[in-house]
Design a protein around this ligand. Sequence first.
Ligand code: 13P
Ligand code: SF4
Length: 307
Amino acid sequence: WPAQATLISEINALKRERDAVILAHNYMTPEIFHGVGDYVGDSLGLAKEAARSDARVIVQAGVHFMAETSKILSPDKMVLIPDLRAGCSLAASITGADVRLIKQRHPGLPVVTYVNTTADVKAETDICCTSANAVQVVEWAAREWGVDRVILIPDEFLARNVAAQTTVGIIAWKGRCEVHERFTADDIAEMRAAYPGAEILAHPECPEDVLAASDFAGSTAAMTDYVMARKPRQVVLITECSMASNIKGDVPDVNFIGPCNMCPHMKRITLENIRDCLLKLQFEVTVPEDMIEKGRLAVQRMIDLPP
Ligand code: 13P
Ligand code: SF4
């Protein structure tokens, strides 16, 4: 694709000129993921990289809550997102005011919040988690606070899936990922019938009967590691469609089959708007200072937990 190749070299030259780094989530399209991403990974990996990077500008090739997380961790850097409309159904499901009400109803319990939330929610949070470390974080919070229940919000399915793996009681919210909530146990049964040898990997934002019927549950990075390490002959990734497209090339003997769903928010990010973002230094993501202070404590606590 000559047009794509031109855009990719334009972006890579602009990155050097602007002293910018591109943090690309695993759900970016392959031309972004492979062509211009300086760091690619899951939500946890991107947050860690935002904290570590010494570039002057961070371009978040992902959704808005990820850019806010980068700003919270790197308040002195300019954080840009190529399209401000790149949102998330989970982040939109809850506000800081909702969290204050939940805390009033459950005084003394720690608030564990999925990183897929806005900065005002993070500012009300004791510690953040991602799908890669949710069980570890919940158990840490219960121990630190000396309680047997924690608040884990806003993803209803992640909360149920964590509850199935720990003795800590979970108080949940009703948020859902619009991409993963659509997978059903029937999808899995159909795949099992059509491809009896296939290994089925699902994201923890899926309903619990989907995970129960799958062979493995993990974050996007955990799914990648699983495929790279085990190289199954046939594999089904119950998640966003770009996941399979991005890792296919590295494991040519693995046959990727089965259903996937597209995240319309992630798909708002394109090579064109990344180029414009670097060219015009748009669209800057800012977070009020008081929210940065409070939110950073919650995100940093998560990052500081041992691996
Ligand atoms: P992870 O990459 O952390 O698994 O999260 C998936 C997701 O839905 C991010 O929007
Ligand atoms: Fe949000 Fe789901 Fe899209 Fe991730 S995949 S950004 S959780 S809507």
